[in-house]
Ligand binder design. Sequence first.
Ligand code: TYM
Length: 328
Amino acid sequence: MTTFLSGIQPSGQQHLGNYFGAIRQHIASQEVEGEHYFFIADYHALTTTRDAEQLRENVRELAVTYLALGLDPERVVFFRQSDVPQVLELTWLLATVTGMGLLERAHSYKDKLAKGIKPSVGLFTYPVLMAADILAYDATDVPVGKDQVQHVEMTQDMAGYFNGTYGEVFVIPKARIPEREKLAKVPGLDGEKMSKSYGNGLWIFEEGKALKKRIGRILTDSRPPEEPKDPDGVLLLDFLSLFLDAEELGEWRERVRAGGAQAPGYGHLKARLIEAVDEHFGPARERRRELLADLGEVERILEQGAERARERAAATRDRAYRACGLRG
Ligand code: TYM
């Protein structure tokens, strides 16, 4: 049986990278037979957030985002990571079989060091907690964007060390990334990877003037519309490719390639992009507003999810405890 599991950090507004790389896959997976666990990684968020009210606000926002986009809490176990303390118990067991070297090789940790962030022990051991998240629910398939693949591979290693030492306790999971490169690694407004920490994101519920302003910031150059251009080098077309069907996208690309009097300027591409974002997220924006007015219901959904998640994680924890001798 397939067990889907993934988590997202509640670190502010979710951007198009989170949506196309992850959230959309999570919601689509509920149509596939199997079990589904999706959660808000609030323990992980503590490695970067120090403002308690902000964290609470970010958790609410992320819960509302998933539900507005169509996550069905009847089919999906949707919960807050910190409502399942058993993952911390598993984190310790995994930490005791994991070498420092494995964690020192983590790209995301090395990137943060390179940016001058002074690492806490929590930031260093972040992948161990992530491994516990995945292994606690016997997940088989972990839908994530490309930047998280290494963490899933590290999870395979940690599960392997534990199983090799104590017997077959954990199921070995695999990462699932979107097939299209542009979805697995959505570019930001500046052409680098879209990321909360780079400030180059586009919030999925941005609308009106604010949306126009953000899209106005997408990197262009000063070449005139008439000049024929390689469409692969036009960042706006990458953004359009997230939303348009193949036929319409092909037409825009062809017109950019051909140049001449009929070629669209960057302003045209931006206008089409704004329209496409409005079409794609318009209905979810409305649902988001409704949900924000009924946060009691959102909380109830999370608590219900937590109960189911705890049950599953406790069974895995018991199995792991027995295997390593913490219980008879
Ligand atoms: P986080 O919160 O940084 O990102 C959430 C999801 O969004 C994907 N993503 C992207 N995909 C495509 N293009 C982009 N530009 C882009 N930016 C982000 C990420 O790959 C991710 O799937 N450590 C995780 C959270 C986590 C987790 C887990 C995930 C905690 N425990 C267990 C899976 C399983 C994180 O910080 O993701």
